[in-house]
Every structure is written in C-alpha cells, then in structure tokens.
Design a protein around this ligand. Structure first.
Ligand code: C2E
Ligand code: MG
Ligand code: MG
Length: 444
C-alpha cells in the first residue's frame, strides 16, 4: 500500500503482516546485520490529539505512524505497542546506521498529519538502543530503549543508548590493545555525568564523571570491563589524565552557564602512590581553574597507606575535594579512615539498593551515617533507585543522594538541560516528587 506519508487513511494495525510485527528475535548474523536496533516512537501529545479527534481516529493515527516507519526504514519490523507507542526493530552493518534512521524518522514526523482535512502537528519522542550481534539480552534491550525514550521526552531530541557487551565475550588482550589506541585517539572515550543531590538543601551539590568507551565493533563497553584492564597495562595513567582534562573543560562550561559545582572523577587505587600521576594531576588542576573532586576507595589506601595518605593530603591542600567511594564494599579500617583528608563518604550501592528489603542494611547505613558525621564528613548514598529508599535515607540524616531515581549518568548537554529544567523535571516525573521544590543547583 503506497500512500503519501502525511495523509491519514485507515490502516488496521493487524494488517501489518505478523512476521513484520515479530518479537525481537535473534536472526542469523549477516554482513548487513552486525547491529540490531530497537527504536521506540512515542506521540507525546497523544492525549491532546485524542481529545481533539477522538479515540477511533487516534487508533488510525497510530497505524499511520507505524506505516510511515515501515515505509521509511528498509527491512524494519514495526508494530503498534500501546495507545501512543510504536516499536521498530531494524538492523544495520554498522552502529552509525542508527543515527541515520533516527534522522529519517525525525524528518518523517516533522510534517503535520491530515486528519479529516485538519492539520495536526505530531510531537514525537524517539528513544533507541543498539546492540552488536549476536546478543542474547532481549529484556535489557527493551529496558535500555525505554530509558532512552524517557530521556528523549525530557531532552526533546532523539536519544540513543548502547547495550553493553557481555563481559564473558571480552577478550582481555584484544581489548587492552584497542584501549591503548582509543586513549590516543580519544574520540571513542566519552564521559557521562551523574548529579549528587543535597537532600536538605534540595540542590545539586556536585556531579560525578563516569567514563564510557564506544568501541568501534563491540559497541558500548562499561568501565567495569576496561578499568581493570587499564590498571594492569598501566594505561590507567593516560586514561585518568585524559578524563581530568575533559572534566576541567566541562566543569568550566558548567560554571559559565551558572552551575559552578565540583565535578568528581574516580581515581584508581594504583594511582594514589604513582608519583608521576600525582604531579601531573596536580599541575592540571592548579592551572585548570575548575572545581574538581577525587573519589577514591579505602581499599586503595590500605594497599600503600603511607604514600596514599601523603598524596591525598597534597590533593586536599590544592583544593581538590576527596570522597571515599564504595564505603562498606571492600576493606575498611577505622585507623586509616580517620586519617584521610576526605570531606565526603559514599555508602556503597550494595547497601542502598537493599535498604528497604533487608533487615540488616538499614542498621549498617544508619551507623555509617553517624560514623561519617562524627568524622565531620558528609554522607552520600549511591544507588538510590526508589522513593522508599530516599525517604528512609532522609530520615536517617543522609546528606546527599545519587542514583537512578534522580538521574542516570548523562552527557554534558543533557546535564546542562537537567540543570536548566530542574523544575520541569520535577513536574514531569513521578519519581522526583520529593524534589518538587527542587531549586536547581547551588550557584557558586
Ligand atoms: P562508582 O564510582 O561507584 O560509580 C557508580 C556506579 O553506579 C556507576 O556505574 C553508575 O552508573 C552506577 N549507578 C549510579 N546510580 C545507580 C543506581 O541507582 N543503581 C545502580 N544499580 N547503579 C547505579 P559505572 O558507570 O558502570 O561505573 C562503575 C565503576 O567504574 C565506578 O563505580 C568506578 O569505580 C569505575 N569508574 C567509572 N569511571 C571511571 C573513571 O573515569 N576512572 C576510574 N578509575 N574508574 C572509573
Ligand atoms: Mg565513584
Ligand atoms: Mg561508588
């Protein structure tokens, strides 16, 4: 059936062949199928349209949206998912094909639709995920696409997310070699930022930088899979200095926009006693003109306490905030804890995600908060995913929270938008109800 994409005629969703409505499967990998894409198309102004044109015509509208997508993307499988959503499964020979598909879809929905002679503009959100083939994590792919769609609604632009590669398939030697190249090129590595929100002040107190690697053939590789490799190969020095340079630039961009909050980077344990790293990092920070913090783990201090504590003092003296990361997950020593020049203690997400379902974790979290306060540190709970956890942490006197409930790690542009639209975020997401009075960030 060939129709002008902007005209609306009746198309029963059921008339799309069943095989084209198919479940996300695992077809054989051919040259053109190295990547699988799942794209969710949502009509954001669906409720308004339905009020204008009625339910039946809206069903027709959704079928039209599905058909436009089917015509526009070669070999796509399309189906209407719910009242306002359409799902597209497609394949490509490389990862960049997805961006091209999103461009096509954006252009496609730019023109208004004709419903019984009246023109209606569609407000369309596009969220997509890419996975290198073969992959076997169907559920994760859907979760990532849904998250991308949620981000797209807020950011008002198409959002792509990658399905991380499975650790088991990673060949460490090949990955170490590729990582070395990636650090030199530095167009494959990128940073995402996750805010830490001060509970009482209702302000974004700081931001954590988290590194990601978009591998040219494997797709997205997460830090848990390549930081240990970088530590073994000593590439961790170059990688962390790259991160620091990037963070200095980005922090200054944030400050110029009025959001002068510190950005924390994660410092691997091996670097705390690495004289060359310490000297270079101090030079960068001293000349960088940006507010920087370092997250370190206690375990890394225990490895070589004397030089680690001495170097941390150097960092603190030049104005770098020090946070103790993943507290409770590794080795811990009260003797060292009280010697660390840290201003922040981050309770590991292991205890926080189980907070409301475990009997012991609330006791551990409560006593850790009291301990940190006794040592004059502020406490951050990481991995805050639910309202219930947030409520409990607030009652317990936790100072700051970080986690998916507030925001997933996001790119700099999205972070700036998060800052700009704090109130909008609060109003549009149920999960952020406690931040309804959210007053943006602490302006420095
Ligand atoms: P981390 O520093 O403890 O970072 C927090 C991790 O928890 C991040 O994973 C983040 O995406 C995840 N997370 C945040 N909120 C939630 C939540 O509500 N629920 C759950 N389940 N997870 C949440 P990511 O980005 O995969 O980083 C993992 C670890 O990799 C980091 O743990 C850090 O130790 C290390 N890492 C990340 N970036 C760097 C870096 O630039 N350098 C070094 N040396 N290590 C890094
Ligand atoms: Mg961290
Ligand atoms: Mg942590």
């Amino acid at each position: 059936m060939k129709r002008s994409p902007s005209s609306l005629s009746r198309l029963d969703p059921a008339s799309i062949p069943l095989e084209d409505q198919g479940e996300i499967g695992f077809p054989p990998v051919g040259a053109g199928k190295r990547f699988q894409f799942l794209i969710l198309v949502e009509i954001v102004n669906f409720a308004i349209l339905r009020r204008h044109v009625g339910r039946q015509r809206c069903d027709v509208l959704m079928a039209d949206v599905a058909e436009r997508a089917l015509l526009a993307i070669d070999g796509a499988q399309v189906r209407v998912l719910g009242p306002a959503q359409v799902e597209i499964v497609a394949f490509g020979a490389d990862r960049d094909v997805l961006a091209a598909m999103l461009d096509v879809l954006t252009a496609l929905f730019d023109s208004p639709v004709d419903i019984d002679g009246e023109q209606y503009a569609l407000d369309v959100a596009l969220g997509a995920t890419a996975a290198s083939m073969p992959h076997h994590d169907d559920v994760r792919m859907i979760e990532e696409a849904e998250q991308a769609l949620a981000d797209a609604r807020i950011e008002r632009r198409p959002v792509e997310r990658d399905l991380p590669v499975e650790t088991a398939r990673i060949d460490r030697i090949a990955l170490a070699r590729d990582l070395h190249v990636a650090i030199g090129r530095s167009d494959e590595l990128f940073l995402q930022y996750q805010p830490k929100v001060h509970v009482r002040r209702q302000q974004i107190a700081s931001v954590e930088a988290l590194i990601r690697w978009r591998h040219p053939t494997r797709g997205l590789v997460l830090p848990g899979d390549f930081i240990p490799i970088a530590e073994d190969s000593r590439d961790i020095v170059a990688l962390t200095l790259w991160t620091l340079r990037q963070v200095i630039t980005d922090q200054k961009t944030m400050a110029a926009r009025g959001y002068d909050v510190p950005v924390f980077i994660n410092i691997a344990g091996v670097l705390l006693s690495d004289t060359r790293f310490v000297a270079e990092a101090c030079t960068l920070v001293q000349h960088g003109g940006a507010k920087i913090g370092f997250e370190i783990t206690e375990t890394s201090v225990i490895r070589d306490p004397e030089s680690a504590i001495a170097n941390l003092k150097i960092f603190a003296e030049i104005g770098i905030d020090v946070a103790i990361d993943d507290y409770g997950a590794g080795l811990s020593s009260l003797a060292y804890l009280k010697q660390l020049p840290a201003c922040e203690l981050k309770i590991d997400k292991l205890f926080v995600t189980q907070l409301t379902s475990s009997n012991r974790d609330p006791l551990i979290v409560r006593s850790t908060i009291d301990l940190a306060h006794a040592l004059e540190m502020e406490v951050v709970a990481e991995g805050v995913e639910t309202q219930a956890a947030l409520a409990l942490l607030t009652v317990m006197g936790c100072d700051m929270v970080q986690g998916f409930l507030i925001s997933r790690p996001i790119g700099l542009d999205a972070l700036l938008q998060f800052f700009d639209e704090g109130r909008h975020l609060a109003a549009t997401s149920e999960a952020r109800v406690p931040f309804a009075r959210f007053s943006g960030v602490q302006r420095g």
